[in-house]
Design a protein around this ligand. Structure first.
Ligand code: ADP
Length: 413
């Protein structure tokens, strides 16, 4: 069909009888009832006509639009773009498709996709016929889809992070489980050995009333030593369950920490002698008063000195140095023993951890250092270790002197 601007403009003027007139009126009806925005512009861009439904979709009556410039109805943000599209289309001098954001009479943004057809007369552009489809809803859906898509990407990312975390947690749990199983088999072994000694030696004493005094004393000594070992093991296990349940309460008061250290040194003297270890100490003469839990601090010193002797070969050296500084006291426990490989150092304060040493059977539960760290932490102190494989180990404890820290605190779980 050959459409002219006048077809739209003046279609209302024809009479109803002639066939030509009836085709014109059919066309007009079609245009008026169409849902699309159908319009014509003059060569300046002013509206020459617009269909009723089209005008209504922008909340106007056709007569409110007629004579006004197309850009007057375009959203401020979109004007430059639309003007450009017109220029482009003029060059093409043919059918053009572009998108326009109109601003309705009541300030609503309505998006149309417009098919424009330029009209010309002897190479002169005389105007434009346009059909616009309201794509606001489609655009809204698309925007929502985009938003949902980015949310979906975000959600997927979070899920994969969570999955990684869960994997990590599972591997931590698996490791913990492995350590626990190892611990249970260690502990059964550790419990069974002293028990077997205790039962064996006491049975022997019981069954032999004639036993020479010396042998009897030696056997009683073994029973006592093994009994103490058993008691320590059981205490360690009980302590661990208390730590894990966060149930240990510190009983802090003022104590001379040098006295506690001296007691720990004395408690280990015999073990050092038995291994011919040069066991020396250098402590300040004066009292060093700390606000601390006496028993627990003894446990720290005892554990570290015990380890130093345990992991040092016969005829090695273990030295304890204490220094009384202005704000803290520093205790160094140093040995010339088997040392700790540097990659193992970060692990030795972990529960049940024992440096793997195939072929060497050194008794232990891998719990002593867990307590050391917990106790020192709960006194706001610091424990560090310097060591190399085969070159001995040096543990340093720093305890602050401030009296009023953590009074009556619970042990951290
Ligand atoms: P354990 O009951 O095995 O002694 P600890 O928690 O006290 O448990 O120590 C953990 C591990 O750290 C020990 O098994 C040992 O491998 C290592 N370790 C601790 N102290 C020393 C030390 N002075 N020299 C060498 N290794 C040490």
């Amino acid at each position: 069909m050959n459409l002219d601007i006048d077809d739209i403009n003046n279609s209302g003027g024809a009479s109803a009888d002639s066939p030509e007139e009836s085709s014109e009126s059919r066309l007009r009806n079609l245009i008026e009832t169409a849902e699309d925005l159908i319009f014509s512009l003059d060569n300046y861009g002013n509206f020459l006509s617009v269909n009723n439904n089209g005008a209504l979709s922008l909340d106007y009556k056709p007569e409110e639009i007629m004579g006004k410039h197309f850009l007057e109805f375009v959203d401020e943000d979109d004007k430059v773009e639309v003007a450009k599209s017109f220029q482009e289309a003029l060059k093409a001098e043919n059918v053009t498709t572009f998108e326009v954001s109109f601003m309705s009479k009541f300030g609503k943004k309505i998006i149309f996709e417009i098919n424009g057809h330029f009209l010309s007369n002897k190479d002169q552009v005389t105007g434009l016929l346009g059909i616009g489809r309201n794509i606001t809803q489609r655009r809204n859906y698309e925007d929502k889809m985009k938003e949902l898509n980015s949310k979906l990407i975000e959600a997927n990312r979070l899920i994969s992070i969570e999955r990684d975390r869960a994997k990590q947690q599972i591997s931590v749990l698996e490791e913990l489980n492995r350590l626990k199983n190892e611990f249970v088999s260690n502990i059964s072994h550790e419990l069974r050995t002293p028990l077997a000694s205790i039962i064996g030696f006491s049975e022997t004493i019981f069954l032999d009333p004639e036993m020479p005094e010396d042998t009897r004393n030696e056997f009683v000594g073994i029973i006592l030593r093994e009994g103490k070992r058993l008691a320590k093991l059981i205490n360690d296990i009980l302590d661990l369950s208390k730590i894990e349940g966060g149930k240990i309460e510190l009983k802090k008061s003022e104590h001379d920490v040098m006295k506690i250290l001296m007691e720990a040194i004395e408690a280990n003297q015999k073990a050092a002698e038995q291994k011919n270890i040069a066991f020396t100490y250098d402590l300040p003469q004066e009292e060093v008063i700390l606000f601390c839990d006496r028993e627990r601090i003894f446990q720290v010193f005892n554990n570290l000195i015990n380890n130093a002797i345990k992991f040092t070969d016969n005829k090695g050296r273990v030295k304890i140095i204490a220094q009384n500084f202005y704000k803290e006291v520093e205790i160094i426990i140093s040995d010339t023993g088997i040392g700790i490989p540097s990659k193992e150092i970060p692990l030795i304060f972990g529960k049940f951890y024992r440096v793997p040493r195939p072929g060497t059977e050194i008794e232990g539960t891998g719990l002593g250092l867990v307590f050391v760290k917990q106790i020192v932490d709960s006194h706001n102190g610091l424990v560090t270790v310097k060591s190399e494989d085969g070159k001995g180990a040096t543990f340093v404890i720093k305890l602050p002197k401030s009296k009023h820290i953590n009074r009556g605190d619970n042990w951290p779980s």
